[in-house]
Design a protein around this ligand. Sequence first.
Ligand SMILES: Cc1cc2nc3c(=O)[nH]c(=O)nc-3n(C[C@H](O)[C@H](O)[C@H](O)COP(=O)(O)OP(=O)(O)OC[C@H]3O[C@@H](n4cnc5c(N)ncnc54)[C@H](O)[C@@H]3O)c2cc1C
Length: 572
Amino acid sequence: MPKYREIHTDVLVVGSGGTALRAILEADDAGAEVLAVIKGAFRKSGATFHSVAEVGAFNVPDGAGDPEDNPEVYSADILRAAQGMADDRLVSILANEAYDTMKYLERHGVHFEKKDGNYLVFRACFSSKPRSHVIKDHFKPVIKALGGEASRRGIKVLDQLMIVNLIARDGQCWGAYAIDADGQSVVIRAKSTILTTGGASQLFATNLYPTDITGDGYAMAYRAGAHLANMEFMQAGVSITEPFINLFGNYLWDAEPNLTDRNGERFIERHLPDNLSLSQVIAEKERHFPFSSSDISKYIEISIQKTINSGAGTDEGGVYMDFIGRDFDAILADESRSIANMWPLTYDWYKERGVDLYTDKVQIACSAHAINGGLRIDTDAQSNLKGLFAAGETAAGPHGADRLGGNMALTCQVFGARAGRAAALRAQNTGHLEISDIFEEQAEYLARFGGKGGSDVHDIRKRLQAVANRHLLIIRNEQGLKDFLLATEELREELYAAADISEPDRLKLAIENDNLIEVAQIMTRAALYRQESRGGHYREDFPTASDDHLHSVIHDRTVENGYFTSPLVEMN
Ligand SMILES: Cc1cc2nc3c(=O)[nH]c(=O)nc-3n(C[C@H](O)[C@H](O)[C@H](O)COP(=O)(O)OP(=O)(O)OC[C@H]3O[C@@H](n4cnc5c(N)ncnc54)[C@H](O)[C@@H]3O)c2cc1C
């Protein structure tokens, strides 16, 4: 049996994004002993820290943008966008706790932008009211504020430690297995475990996410018997890909950018039905950043992805975009347009990075963004495995088929806080798992990577990402999804049989690849089942929504096919 060390804690928090930090502070406030374990660097990892957008949008229905806004109007917006796929209990909590959550962040030093003494707000994706409050430099200020507080309190942190699997027995979670920077195993016994590992967007060749976001939480939870839901509803949207990666804010469509292929030819018009004009499609696109199959703006992403898939994209895998010839004096004169409010911040952000948006051409593509699905949780953010909590992008329920822009960062805070409090309470009333030798299953899991070498883990990752872009990003159809499942099986066989894991870093990448493959198969099974198009999920062969699919796909590895279907809200 290889050597391993053991650690004990009340509450194990996996990650150090916005969700994790909030969970840590709440569990600490409740008197629990907390250990934070992070694969990367503490306070410097995850999507919350990753500024590839000029601002972060944070929804609060406080009436700052419209006196008629309130939690009820906000909840109705969320449920409308979710199209039957959200848990309305979680939605109601989110809407009602938003204001206090913003005040909590302000007390900890997060600055929300103001204009003329009032909160600066804009109407973000799928929203009926302007309620997205603005944090400059994306969500780095949240990390700085809450992470600073965690450090001041002396919270115990182990970074460069990757959680690999959960310790699960009889429907309960008792901590996790990890590997350290030297490739040595660590067993962490915890009375409560909070998964805040973010999403899985590194599955795709074009994505807006940092390299540590590889679906580890989803995959290990699924392996342990936790239920996942709504995994087919991942978001993707148009982003700048060259000369740097940046989210393309939806308000920018208001200036009607020029999109051209590798030959300088305009292409969107070719993909539009006869009854639709480019201006109509662009006007709809201005309402939301992520791709949605539920309205006519879908033709923009579909045409971009088809152009790239057909080989008419640039050598770097994008298409060209510019604003040359646009009358910005007229566009910015009308202050009721979101672009007028956001343009100064946006223009400066690009200029600082060497791009003059008035005159320069950049490259764009469809990039993977946040995932609306994740672990199925209750109002305490607890999963069906007792003692396993999940929040932020790792959990499902507060969102559905489409998600309001500005809702994820709020979700991270609201359910991170609930997870922290409930995990601390459970820890007060629970002991540790009374089994002495629990290392065997970690050894068994790691043994699957016992191949003879010869295949490079980076190369396997690249091939997985390329085939995911082709078959799972934006355009899905039965044959493509089946081809993708087959490709993931072959890549997994190669990973186990031949991946070179001679260095600890390579072993970590191999485990991440295994997790990405698990997530890819989960998403694909749901996408194959869902013979319809709804929100972020688009089936070319079933292009409209169907009432036969008004329930979520819930992944459970213990049942036939690995999933069942049910409304989310029926979980006890
Ligand atoms: C470009 C961009 C713009 C966005 N804009 C907005 C916006 O305006 N409004 C909004 O609401 N949302 C927005 N989002 C989404 C939002 O930022 C993320 O969904 C959110 O920050 C995720 O936070 P999190 O705490 O769940 O996870 P993350 O911040 O991603 O943190 C995950 C943590 O888990 C760690 N981890 C992962 N795997 C392991 C493992 N195996 N072991 C140990 N640690 C692990 C990571 O290292 C990291 O510390 C945006 C996202 C991006 C990328």
